[in-house]
Design a binder for this molecule. Structure first.
Ligand code: GPQ
Length: 829
C-alpha cells in the first residue's frame, strides 16, 4: 500500500509491538497488565481464578494476532472453503489446548511460577464449554482442531447457547438436572462481533411479485430476530493458522417491531422484544428423540439462516457469478440438524438472487455433503409439516417443489413402484404429515458419509437402502477420529513426554501415524517400566479425585475399570452393573482362601441421562444402590469398589481416561454408529473390553483381537437373535443377578421393577441376557491378563502404538480430499 494509506499503516505498525513476545518476562508483564486493566484487580493481590482470567486474556491476545493474519490471508488467497454446520460443539476447556497449540505452554507455566502460581491449579479454574450432548458434539470439536492444524480454510458454524448441557447433580443416588449458565464467569475465548449481524425471519405469508417481467415469491415475515456473531478462534498446532468457530446469538431486531411501540404499551413492547433471545438460550439435552418442538426448529433455522447469509455475503465480496459458487464453497451438514440450510440456499438463490430454479438446484447439488451419525430408523429426524407451514411457509413450498421434481425423476428411473416412491419421498404421509430431514439431505447432497465402515454397511442395507440402490456412488464412509492434541498432549502430559522421548521426536503430535514406532519397543523393559510409572501417576490423580468427590479411598493396585459415556439402553451400562453384581456375588460365595486369586477392581461409571429418559435414570439409581451395598461391605474390602462419577463432561474425561486400565464399550452390535470414546482410551494405553460394533471393528484390524477383550453377538447375529424371539436356554447367572435386583437385594424394589422388565426373556431388546455369558468370559480374560503386569503393559503400549489411524487428522484429510475438494492454505509469516 502506498500514499496516505501506506503512511498510516506504517505509523500503526511502528506503534504496535510486532508480535507479542513469549519470553518469560514479557509473559509475566502481560499477565500482570491483564490483572490490572482487564480483570481490574490489584497486581499485588489476585487469586487463582483471577490469575486464570488474566492468563487467558493474554493467550487470547496471541490467538487474535494469528487469527487476524489467517483471516486476512484466506481473504487474499480466496481458496475454496469448507463450512462445517453443526448444532452442537462440545469444546470443553480452551486454555491448555490453546497454549499447547501455540507452542507456549512451558513458557506460560514458567511465567506463572515466577508470579507465585501453579499452572495446573490455574488451568483448573476454567469451566467447560458444553454446547453439545455427547459423541456427535465432541466429534465436531475434534474436527475443528484438525481442520486448523492441517491448515484447511474452514469455518465452523453453530449456536451460542446461554445454557449448555445441564449439570448432573446426584441426590440419594438419583440424577437431578441443574442449568449450566456457563457465561456467568465471562468467556475470554470468544470475540463479540456486534457489527456482524443478520436478520432472521419467521412466520408470516408468501406473496407473488412481478419484477422486470419475472415472477417471484416474496416472504413477508411475521417476526424477525437478529443473529449476532461470536467468533471463537481455533488455533492449529505447529502452524500459524487459526480458524473461526462462529456461534450465533439471538437478539431482538431493531428494524422490525417499531409498530408495537406505537400501541402505547411501552413496557410490554420491550418485554416482548426480549423474548427473541430465547431462541439461543438453551441446548436440548436429548440428542436422539425428535419431539417436533417449535423452539428446536427455530434454533435450527436461526443458525442455518445466519450462516448461509454470512457465507453468501463472503462469496459476493469477491465474486459476482453464482456459477462459481461450487468452486468456492463446500457446505457440510453434521447430521440432519442443519438440513434446512439446503432450503435456505435455494430460497436465497431463487427469491433474492433471482436465479432460475434449475440453475439454483444445480448449484445446491454441488455444494452440500451430509454425514449421518445414527443407525436406527427411529432416530431419524422429522419435521411436522404443520409446524413448518406456520414457522417457515416459504421453505415448505420449496421443499414441496424439490420433492415434486425428485419424485418425477424417480418415477422415470424406477417406474410406478408406489411403496418405494413413498418410502423415498421427502414428505411422509400418515397421521402426522412430516418432512424427512434425512431424505432431504440425501436428495440434495453430492455425498452421504457414514462414520465407520460398519455404519455405512448398515445404512446401505437398512435405513438408506432405497437411496443406495439409486445412487450407490453417493455413499462413502469416513471413520471417526479424535484429536491427539487434546486426548494425549493436553490430558496426559507425562505420557506425551514419554512418547516423544522414545520416538526421539514430537512430530507425532502432527503426524500421528508415527506412533507405530512404539511397537518396536513394546517389549523393552525400560520403556515398560517408565510406561507403568506414568500410568501409576495418572491413576493416583484419578484416585485423589474419587476420594475428594465421594470420600471413597481406592487401591492403586486394583484394575481401574471404566465406562463413561451418555447413559443409553443400547450402550448397556446395565450389563456392566449386572456384571458387577455377579462379581460381588462370586466374591461373597467364595472360600476365603480363594479370594487371594481375585483381581481387585475399581469399577467407575459416569454419564448423563436425558432428563426425560426414565430407564436411563433408573440405571443411574441402580448403580448407586449397588455401590452403596458393595462399598460398605467390609468383607469385600478392596476386592471390589463401584464409583459413579457425577457430572461427566469433557474435562472429567481428560482426568479419567489417562487413569483407566480397562475401558468398556458394550453397545449391542449394530447400534453404535462409530463410538469415539474407545479411541481416546486407546491413545492413552488403556485396554478395551468391547463388542464388535462401530469403529471397534476397525480398531481390531489395527491392534489385533488378541490385544483386547472382545465379546458378544456380532452385527449380523443381532437381527437373527431378535427374530428368533425368547431364548429358552436362559443364562442362569444372568437370571440370578436380575433376580437379586428384583427381590430388593439393593433396596428400591418397586422402583427397579420396570428396569428389570426391560431385560426379561422376550423383552430383552438389547440382548443383555444372550451376551451375558460371553461378557463374563471377556471379564475373566481381562482379569487373567492383568495378573501378568509385564504382558499387560506390553498390550498397553501396543494400544497406543496402534491408535494412529483413529486421529481426526486422518478423518479430516479424507473429507477434504474426497468429499469437500479443498486444499491446505497455510498462512506464511
Ligand atoms: N451420536 Cl444420532 C451422538 O452423539 N448423538 C446423536 O444424536 C447421534 C449420534 C454419536 C454416535 O452415537 C456415535 O456412535 C458416534 O461416534 C458419534 O455420534 C460421532 O459420530
Amino acid at each position: 500500500v502506498s500514499g496516505e494509506q501506506g503512511a498510516k499503516a506504517e505509523r500503526m505498525f511502528a506503534l504496535m509491538d510486532r508480535f507479542l513476545k513469549n519470553d518469560p518476562i514479557s509473559l509475566q508483564k502481560d499477565i500482570l497488565d491483564h490483572v490490572e486493566y482487564t480483570v481490574a484487580r490489584s497486581r499485588f493481590n489476585f487469586d487463582d481464578f483471577e490469575a486464570y482470567q488474566a492468563l487467558s486474556h493474554s493467550v487470547r491476545d496471541r490467538l487474535i494476532e494469528r487469527w487476524h493474519d489467517t483471516q486476512l490471508y484466506f481473504k487474499r488467497k480466496d481458496p475454496k472453503r469448507v463450512y462445517f454446520l453443526s448444532l452442537e460443539f462440545l469444546m470443553g476447556r480452551s486454555l491448555s489446548n490453546s497454549v499447547i497449540n501455540l507452542g507456549i505452554r512451558d513458557q506460560y507455566a514458567d511465567a506463572l511460577g515466577q508470579l507465585g502460581f501453579e499452572y495446573e491449579v490455574v488451568a483448573e479454574q476454567e469451566g467447560d464449554a458444553a454446547l453439545g450432548n455427547g459423541g456427535l458434539a465432541r466429534l465436531s470439536a475434534c474436527q475443528m482442531d484438525s481442520l486448523a492444524t492441517l491448515d484447511y480454510p474452514a469455518w465452523g458454524y453453530g449456536l451460542r447457547y446461554q445454557y449448555g448441557l445441564f449439570r448432573q447433580v446426584i441426590l440419594d443416588g438419583f440424577q437431578h438436572e441443574q442449568p449450566d449458565y456457563w457465561l456467568n464467569f465471562g468467556n475470554p475465548w470468544e470475540i463479540e462481533r456486534i457489527h456482524v449481524t443478520y436478520p432472521v425471519k419467521f412466520y408470516g405469508t408468501v406473496e407473488d411479485e412481478t419484477l422486470n417481467g419475472g415472477k417471484y415469491k416474496v416472504w413477508i415475515p411475521g417476526e424477525m430476530v437478529e443473529a449476532v456473531a461470536y467468533d471463537n478462534p481455533i488455533p492449529g498446532y505447529g502452524t500459524r493458522n487459526t480458524i473461526t468457530l462462529r456461534l450465533w446469538a439471538a437478539k431482538p431486531s431493531d428494524q422490525y417491531d417499531i409498530e408495537s411501540y406505537n400501541t402505547g404499551d411501552y413496557i410490554n413492547a420491550v418485554v416482548n422484544r426480549q423474548k427473541a433471545e430465547t431462541i439461543s438460550s438453551v441446548l436440548y439435552p436429548d440428542d436422539r428423540s425428535y419431539q417436533g418442538k417449535e423452539l428446536r426448529l427455530k434454533q435450527q433455522y436461526f443458525f442455518v439462516s445466519a450462516s448461509v447469509q454470512d457465507i453468501i455475503r463472503r462469496f459476493k465480496d469477491a465474486h459476482s457469478n453464482f456459477d462459481e459458487f461450487p468452486e468456492k464453497v463446500a457446505l457440510q451438514l453434521n447430521d440432519t440438524h442443519p438440513s434446512l440450510a439446503i432450503v435456505e440456499v435455494m430460497r436465497i438463490l431463487v427469491d433474492e438472487e433471482h436465479l432460475d430454479w434449475n440453475r439454483a438446484s444445480d448449484i445446491v447439488g454441488k455444494i452440500f455433503s451430509f454425514t449421518s451419525h445414527t443407525v436406527i430408523a427411529e432416530g431419524l429426524e422429522k419435521i411436522p409439516v404443520d409446524l413448518l407451514a406456520s414457522l417457515l411457509p416459504r421453505h415448505l413450498q420449496i421443499i414441496y417443489s424439490i420433492n415434486f421434481k425428485f419424485v418425477e425423476e424417480l418415477k422415470k428411473k424406477i417406474g410406478l413402484d408406489y411403496n418405494r416412491l413413498s418410502r423415498m419421498s421427502i414428505i411422509e404421509e400418515g397421521a402426522v404429515k412430516s418432512i424427512r430431514s434425512a431424505n432431504l439431505s440425501i436428495v440434495c447432497s453430492h455425498t452421504v458419509n457414514g462414520v465407520s465402515r460398519v455404519h455405512l454397511e448398515l445404512l446401505k442395507a437398512n435405513v438408506f437402502k432405497d437411496f443406495y440402490e439409486l445412487w450407490p456412488e453417493k455413499f462413502q464412509f469416513k471413520t471417526n477420529g479424535v484429536t491427539q492434541r487434546r486426548w494425549i498432549v493436553v490430558s496426559n502430559p507425562s505420557l506425551s513426554a514419554l512418547i516423544s522421548k522414545w520416538l526421539g521426536t514430537e512430530a507425532w503430535i502432527r503426524d500421528v501415524e508415527l506412533l507405530t514406532g512404539l511397537r518396536e519397543y513394546a517389549a523393552d523393559s525400560f520403556l515398560q517400566h517408565e510406561w507403568k510409572m506414568v500410568r501409576k501417576v495418572n491413576k493416583m490423580r484419578l484416585a485423589e479425585y474419587i476420594e475428594a468427590m465421594s470420600g471413597l479411598k481406592v487401591s492403586l493396585d486394583a484394575m481401574f475399570d471404566v465406562q463413561i459415556k451418555r447413559i443409553h439402553e443400547y450402550k448397556r451400562q446395565l450389563l456392566n452393573i449386572l456384571g458387577i453384581i455377579h462379581r460381588y456375588d462370586c466374591i461373597k460365595n467364595m472360600e476365603k482362601s480363594d479370594r487371594r486369586k481375585v483381581v481387585p477392581h475399581v469399577c467407575i461409571i459416569g454419564g448423563k441421562a436425558a432428563p426425560g429418559y426414565e430407564v436411563a435414570k433408573k440405571i443411574i439409581k441402580l448403580c448407586h444402590a449397588v455401590a452403596e451395598k458393595i462399598n460398605n461391605d467390609s468383607d469385600v474390602g478392596d476386592l471390589l469398589k463401584l464409583v459413579f462419577i457425577p457430572d461427566y463432561n469433557v474435562s472429567v474425561a481428560e482426568l479419567v481416561i489417562p487413569g483407566a486400565d480397562l475401558s468398556q464399550h458394550l453397545s449391542t452390535a449394530g447400534n453404535e454408529a462409530s463410538g469415539t470414546g474407545s479411541m481416546k482410551f486407546l491413545m492413552n494405553g488403556c485396554l478395551l473390553l468391547a463388542t464388535e460394533d462401530g469403529s471397534t471393528v476397525e480398531i481390531i484390524e489395527e491392534i489385533g483381537a488378541d490385544n483386547m477383550f472382545l465379546f458378544g453377538s456380532k452385527v449380523h447375529d443381532v437381527p437373527i437373535l431378535r427374530e428368533k424371539g425368547p431364548d429358552l436356554k436362559v443364562n442362569l447367572q444372568f437370571a440370578r443377578v436380575v433376580r437379586m435386583v428384583r427381590d430388593g437385594y439393593f433396596g428400591f424394589k418397586d422402583y427397579f421393577k420396570s428396569l428389570c422388565d426391560t431385560v426379561e426373556v422376550g423383552n430383552d431388546f438389547y440382548l443383555l441376557g444372550s451376551d451375558f455369558e460371553s461378557y463374563l468370559e471377556a471379564q475373566a480374560a481381562a482379569d487373567k491378563a492383568f495378573v501378568d503386569q509385564e504382558k499387560w503393559t506390553q498390550m498397553s503400549i501396543l494400544s497406543t502404538a496402534g491408535s494412529g489411524r483413529f486421529s481426526s487428522d486422518r478423518t479430516i484429510q479424507d473429507y477434504a480430499e474426497n468429499t469437500w475438494g479443498i486444499e491446505p492454505c497455510p498462512c506464511p509469516f
